[in-house]
Design a protein around this ligand. Structure first.
Ligand code: DC
Length: 231
C-alpha cells in the first residue's frame, strides 16, 4: 500500500501529539514530535547557561549548534520514540514548564529552525510518517498528502496542560500555565521565520468541544479520503 505524509500543526496543548501518536500506531507509521526537538535545543541552552528569563545568548547558542545532536529512540514500554540530547534521554526534562517558558524564543532563531527542519525532512523522506509541530504543512512538508491544523480555546488547552503537569507531580498553578499558553501562541505566530499559521490546504479542527474518540474518528475519515484521493 502506498504511504502518505501526514502533517499535524496547531497551537500548543491542542492534543496534537496524542492524536499523532495514536494515528501513527493505527497506520504503522513513524511518529515525529518536532516540538520535542525544539525543546531539546532549549534544554541544551538552559543547561549551558545560554538562556533564562533575563538573558539569551543567541550568538553563543548558534555557535554551539554543531554540538547539539537531537535524536529519537523507540521505547516499547511507552509505545513511542523518546527524545535524546547527545545520547542522553531527556524525554521527562523537556516537558517542564521551565522549558515551555523558554522554548518559543529558541524556536524563533532561524539557524535553529534550519538545522531541525533539515533533520525533519530527512526523517520523513520515505513518507509513512505522522509529524506534528507548527510549520510541518507550511515549511517542512508543504506537499504532505494530509494536513490538519488543530486549535482549541486557550482555557481548554491550559486546563489540559495543567492536568498533565499536576499528574506528573509538577508544582504549577493554572494561571502560570494559561499565561505560558498565551505567550507561546503570541511568539509562535508572530515570529518572522516560519510563523505558526494554517496552510491553505489544511483541515481545521477545533477540538474545544470534542472528545478524543470523536476527534480520532474524524481524523480517520480524513485519512481514508486522502488514500482514496491517491487511487
Ligand atoms: O509542540 P510543543 O509544545 O512541544 O512545541 C514546543 C515549542 O516549539 C512551541 O512553542 C513552538 C516550537 N515549535 C516550532 O516552532 N515548530 C515546530 N515544528 C514545533 C514546535
Amino acid at each position: 500500500m502506498q504511504k502518505i505524509t501526514i502533517a499535524i500543526d496547531g497551537y500548543s496543548s491542542t492534543g496534537k501529539s496524542t492524536v499523532a501518536k495514536q494515528l501513527a500506531k493505527h497506520l504503522g507509521y513513524v511518529y515525529v514530535d518536532t516540538g520535542a526537538m525544539y525543546r531539546a535545543v532549549t534544554y541544551y541552552a538552559m543547561t549551558h547557561n545560554l538562556i533564562d528569563d533575563t538573558h539569551f545568548d543567541v550568538v553563543g547558542l548558534v555557535s554551539k549548534l554543531n554540538e547539539v545532536v537531537v535524536s529519537f529512540k523507540f521505547n516499547p514500554i511507552a509505545g513511542f520514540a523518546e527524545v535524546y540530547l547527545n545520547g542522553q534521554n531527556i524525554e521527562k526534562e523537556v516537558r517542564t514548564l521551565e522549558v515551555s517558558s523558554q522554548v518559543s524564543k529558541v524556536a524563533a532563531i532561524p539557524e535553529v529552525r534550519y538545522q531541525l527542519v533539515k533533520q525533519q525532512q530527512q526523517m520523513g523522506k520515505d513518507k509513512g510518517v505522522v509529524m506534528d509541530g507548527r510549520d510541518i504543512g507550511t515549511v517542512v512538508f508543504p506537499y504532505a498528502k494530509l494536513k490538519i491544523f488543530m486549535t482549541a480555546s486557550p482555557e481548554k488547552r491550559a486546563t489540559r496542560r495543567f492536568d498533565e503537569l499536576i499528574g506528573r507531580g509538577d508544582d504549577v498553578t493554572y494561571e502560570d500555565v494559561l499565561r505560558n499558553v498565551q505567550e507561546r501562541d503570541y511568539i509562535d505566530s508572530h515570529r518572522e521565520d516560519s510563523p505558526l499559521r494554517k496552510a491553505d490546504d489544511s483541515v481545521l479542527i477545533d477540538n474545544t468541544g470534542l472528545t478524543q474518540e470523536e476527534q480520532f474518528k474524524l481524523i480517520l475519515l480524513l485519512v481514508e479520503r486522502a488514500f482514496e484521493d491517491l487511487e
